[in-house]
Design a protein around this ligand. Sequence first.
Ligand code: IMP
Ligand code: MG
Length: 181
Amino acid sequence: MDQGRLIVSEEEIRELVVRMSGEINRYYGSREGEPPVLVLGILNSVFVFLADLVRKLTFDMEIEFIRASSYGNAFDSSGNVRILYEPTVSLEGRDVLIVDDLIDTGHTLDTLSRYCREKGARSIASAVLLDKFERREVDFKPEFVGRTIENVFVGGYGLDGGGHFRQCPAVYSFSKKSPTL
Ligand code: IMP
Ligand code: MG
């Protein structure tokens, strides 16, 4: 696998965030008389994308986090999603927008959507910046997708490889064996 190849530049990320925020703003509309949308970011990797996205959303919202881990090791999803931290507000009757940076096998979003339904959410939609569609193991389609990417392991813009590279402003591919950016 190649190392340090640019997959999504800072400029492209900006464009994707603007396009997605327009779609999400149209989807939720003005929400007169409705409770605030509950935006639920999936820790840890979502923190950069969520910060950029919510600053372009125009409807009333509350922002909460959930922490999930599906990795058997640092690079490959185990398919067994564990919830490590739960939102501190009730999801009962809420319109929930789940946000993640990347959908890969789909287990994380599939499991967390079911979690929100079980907790009584009134509606559930999900938004992801990147879609590694070739890796999908469950039939899950987020309502809002920035763009698809090829099947390479990526780091940067919040995404980590073995705990590193989250702080990089763009998204790069790198080798699983010797990550170098
Ligand atoms: P899924 O459950 O397999 O769809 O994996 C989704 C989660 O795994 C996301 O929250 C990502 O943060 C993480 N993930 C998936 N692929 C990558 C990658 O290539 N680099 C870093 N993190 C990834
Ligand atoms: Mg993640």
